[in-house]
Design a protein around this ligand. Structure first.
Ligand SMILES: NC(=O)c1ccc[n+]([C@@H]2O[C@H](COP(=O)([O-])OP(=O)(O)OC[C@H]3O[C@@H](n4cnc5c(N)ncnc54)[C@H](OP(=O)(O)O)[C@@H]3O)[C@@H](O)[C@H]2O)c1
Length: 327
């Protein structure tokens, strides 16, 4: 399925943009396109600083960026989303730097994500995919929210865009709301619950969708416009851990239906620059407003959403006491 072109007048002129996981893949391409469309400063939040520095050099050497955005500023920050401290240290430094310089943050694209082929425990003690794609992404959203809110001005509303995935619709392991006396998020740390790569990945995206939907009911779109995006299949490094015997099938899928990474990046820009308040709480797949999977919107979803929100907030409150208490 192809991805349309961005509307001709799409611009990020003078917007400041933060992109997590922006040294490679979709995050890097989103940084490049943002710069080409006039964004500055662009903040690259990356796990490994030298990789971020290399990306920064490449971005500033891009001929279109040089021509269209010659004074562009690109700054690199370290962000490791597998640890709580990696997220809180990043947010503290990033926010303190903006405050010290009197700078705002117009757009946050939370893109960093993983798809593990085997069960792995993050340094937090949580299963790694749930940690990075859901818990740390939720924590970072909440930590950035006050800065985003204070950056909204009459001319434009700040944006929080989270990269989800159509894989949320394929989850087989969560069909109904678990019993009340059961901590569902904690249960996912049991190795037995990691049944398949794609299921765990999709589940992590389903959880962050529940979180985002609940967050968007609590934060007015006049303050921050919150939405989520799936670019569809894009050839990136996301499958780096895949065993060689699965590669031919993946290559066949790429050949049949993958879009170029630049098109995927355009989906990100579309969500933060081409759509407005009408997108609050919603999901755009390949730029198209798409209904969530049934599990999100049916009766079970209605029970699951506040449940996932409460369990997530409980987990995050242990890391940053009082976080979200005013949301
Ligand atoms: N590719 C697709 O077909 C597709 C489809 C739908 C959604 N998505 C989503 O798009 C997003 C970007 O994925 P991609 O395809 O561009 O994959 P990618 O090439 O593997 O890029 C992932 C990025 O996330 C970073 N990252 C991973 N773990 C991290 C951690 N613990 N802390 C901080 N950063 C971390 C990676 O950093 P390192 O380079 O240091 O590992 C990298 O910069 C993900 O959220 C993915 O789920 C992808």
């Amino acid at each position: 399925m192809s991805i349309p072109d961005l509307p001709k007048n799409t611009t990020l002129e003078s917007r400041s943009v933060l992109i997590t996981g922006s040294n490679v893949g979709l995050g890097y391409s989103a940084a490049l396109l943002s710069l080409q469309l006039g964004a500055s400063p662009v903040y690259l939040a990356v796990r490994t600083l030298p990789k971020g520095d290399k990306a920064r050099e490449a971005l500033l050497a891009d001929p279109v960026v040089k021509e269209k955005n010659p004074n562009a500023v690109v700054k690199v920050y370290q962000l490791d989303m597998s640890t709580w401290d990696g997220v809180t240290s990043f947010a503290s430094k990033f926010i303190a730097d903006r405050k010290a310089a009197g700078e705002s943050l117009d757009v946050a694209m939370l893109n960093a994500g993983i798809m593990n082929t085997a069960y792995e425990v993050a340094p937090t003690g949580n299963e790694a995919v749930i940690q990075v794609n859901h818990l740390s992404t939720a924590l970072l959203s909440l930590l950035l929210l006050p800065l985003l809110e204070s950056s909204t001005i009459p001319e434009h509303t700040a944006r929080l865009m989270i990269v989800s995935s159509g894989a949320h619709a394929e989850v087989k392991s969560l069909k109904a709301c678990p019993p009340d006396d059961y901590n569902y998020l904690a249960s996912l740390n049991d190795k037995k619950t990691f049944t398949a790569t794609r299921d765990r990945y999709g589940l992590s995206k389903l959880l962050i969708i529940f979180f985002l939907r609940e967050l968007s009911t609590r934060v007015s779109s006049d303050k921050v416009i919150i939405n989520n995006v799936c670019p569809g299949l894009i050839r990136t490094e996301i499958n780096r851990g895949m065993p060689s015997y699965d590669r031919p099938a993946l290559e066949a899928r790429y050949a049949a239906s993958a879009n170029p990474v630049e098109k995927g990046a355009a989906c990100y820009v579309h969500a933060v620059a081409a759509v407005g308040k009408e997108s609050h709480g919603l999901w755009y797949r390949r730029m198209e407003l798409t209904p969530y999977a049934d599990i999100v919107t049916n009766g079970e979803g209605e029970k699951l959403q506040p449940r996932i929100w409460n369990e997530t907030m409980e987990a995050l409150d242990k890391v940053v006491p009082g976080i979200g208490s005013d949301i």
